[in-house]
Write a protein that binds this ligand. Structure first.
Ligand SMILES: [Zn+2]
Length: 142
């Protein structure tokens, strides 16, 4: 099973929908069997993944708080692994790349991750570009 966030281009509604596979999704779309439950339009498509941000807020205090932190670190590492495998790294160009995805018509399947300043984040938010901040642990701290 695979879950896609779908968006109706007619009424701008977004909703989640489950499919047996990505192939099934393509099949339904081709046959025009995907429709919006709000306005019944067939102009429904997968939405872009929201751009993700990593922010290096790792600090020494966090490092020193023992046991509990170890399990948190483990979870964060799993999350980082997922991000590295699924998103495109853009480094310090995050704000620029997020904008070019947001304002471009071409569909980019992959989300992006990188670092951005507080000011960048504020500006992106004002433009309606959603980004998610997660703490980031450097690999060398094993
Ligand atoms: Zn609709």
């Amino acid at each position: 099973m695979i879950k896609y966030k779908l968006a109706c281009k007619n009424c701008n509604l977004t909703f989640d929908s489950w499919f047996a596979s990505s192939y099934e999704y393509e099949k339904l779309k081709k046959k025009k069997l995907l429709n919006c439950h709000n306005c019944n339009s067939n102009d429904v498509d997968k939405t872009l993944m929201a751009p993700k941000i990593m922010n290096n807020i790792y600090n020494r205090k966090f490092q020193e708080e023992s046991q509990n932190v170890k399990s948190i670190k483990k979870i964060l590492k799993e999350y980082q692994k997922f991000i590295k495998n699924n998103l495109r790294y853009v480094g310090k160009n995050f704000a620029y790349e997020a904008r070019s995805i947001y304002y471009s018509d071409k569909k980019e399947q992959k989300g992006i991750y990188g670092s951005a300043s507080k000011k960048d984040l504020k500006e992106l938010k004002e433009e309606g570009i959603e980004a998610e901040i997660i703490p980031w642990i450097e690999d060398k701290n094993n």
